[in-house]
Design a protein. Structure first.
Length: 380
């Protein structure tokens, strides 16, 4: 241990004696590691990390599919109810409004305009999420008299109600209606994106909820265990054919197009992220190669020093160990600076790509992210 400490002290003094070399090497390593870490944090959050839902591989997103028209349409309320009732392949079949629901919160502090989401009573069960406090909606909450309830997001609970756990079962005013707070969702849950609170759909009151011409629901489902996507597609296609026979004026040419939820959320950004990650990977390799060249040049200038140490009795292993110690010190310092740059870079990337990131992506620097550039550096 004493010998190692001597090597470290000597290595620090040696690097400080050549500040030009040290600064250039640190900048090269910091830029390569920082860029690599920042981009990999996006790749990890969007592509590698599982969705923050229970058994996410069973989750399916559904688009309304118009024959000879478009394949990314919404679904009408009555069609949704028929699909939910008649399907045999989904454990849960739920939906949310296709557009955010603006709601005015009054009665507790200053009035505030909030972004809400109207969802079916089994929406949270379909996603497989649980609240941090209280409970979530049930199918009964879709009925008149049981629909005046609300579930808060964690952020709204903290901001508006100070994180008070006594908010459960209290009432708040939403658009002039008294609603009971059933629960508060977990901090990580943000689906649909930027939602501050959730209210249940009511299929009984509004005329728009009793028709097949207006399409404004986005279904999401949880497959039964062992059911494949192809089986679910065949199941919903059979329902679509029955609806077409019963309601030719509104359902001719309509069916559902099923895609895995993961694919729906990240499909558009996947190629871009892989290209960026490959590019910054090359940047890191170039940085490592440049630093290696600098070290070789520096070693060539230390021939007299090495010869003197050899004459004084230092063995080959002792000299190699000293060189490795200096390289490790340089790598640690460059990694630390790179991590600091990555923290700033992640914030910048999230700001620039906020509109394109999936709502479920939690971009952060953790052990997995730091291990990737560290491994690449060691390999280089």
């Amino acid at each position: 241990m004493e010998t190692l400490l001597r090597d470290i002290r000597y290595g620090v003094r040696s690097l400080l004696k050549r500040p030009g070399f040290t600064v250039v090497a640190l900048i090269a390593l910091a830029l390569g590691i920082g860029a690599n870490t920042a981009i990999f944090s996006l790749v990890n959050a969007v592509l590698l990390r599982p969705l923050p839902f229970a058994e996410p591989d069973r989750l399916v997103w559904m688009w309304g599919n118009i024959r000879n028209g478009g394949n990314r349409a919404s679904v009408s309320p009555l069609d949704f109810l028929d699909y939910r009732k008649q399907n045999t392949t989904f454990e849960q079949f739920a939906a949310a409004f296709a557009v955010p629901l603006p709601l005015n919160l009054t009665g507790s502090g200053e009035p505030e305009r909030l972004t809400g989401a109207a969802v079916s009573g089994n929406y949270f069960q379909a996603l497989g999420v649980q609240p941090a406090l209280g409970r979530i909606f049930l199918l009964e909450n879709e009925k008149t008299g049981q629909d005046q309830v609300v579930v808060l997001s964690y952020g709204l609970w903290q901001k508006r109600f100070g994180g008070d756990p006594a908010i459960i079962n209290q009432t708040v005013m939403l658009d002039g209606r008294s609603c009971q707070v059933l629960g508060v969702m977990a901090k990580e849950f943000n689906f649909p994106a930027s939602t501050e609170l959730w209210v249940p759909m009511n299929f009984d009151i509004a005329p728009g909820m009793k028709q097949r011409k207006a399409h404004f629901l986005r279904p999401v489902g949880r497959l039964k265990p062992g059911v494949s996507l192809a089986q679910a597609q065949a199941d919903t296609d059979a329902i679509a054919r029955r609806l077409e026979e019963l309601y030719p004026n509104t359902n001719t040419g309509w069916n559902l197009r099923l895609v895995p939820l993961q694919e729906h959320l990240v499909g558009n950004v996947r190629p871009t992220l892989f290209i960026l990650f490959g590019a910054v990977g090359f940047v890191l390799l170039i940085a490592c190669a440049n630093v290696a060249n600098l070290l070789l040049v520096r070693a060539a200038t230390r021939e007299r020093e090495i010869a003197l140490r050899t004459a004084l009795g230092a063995g080959r292993f002792r000299i190699v160990r000293q060189m490795i110690t200096e390289s490790v010190l340089l790598a640690i310092a460059g990694g630390a600076l790179g991590t600091l740059l990555a923290v700033w870079g992640v914030e910048l990337l999230v700001t620039l790509t906020a509109d394109n990131l999936p709502a479920t992506a939690q971009v952060k620097i953790d052990g997995t992210v730091l291990a990737c550039p560290a491994h690449d550096e060691i390999e280089s």
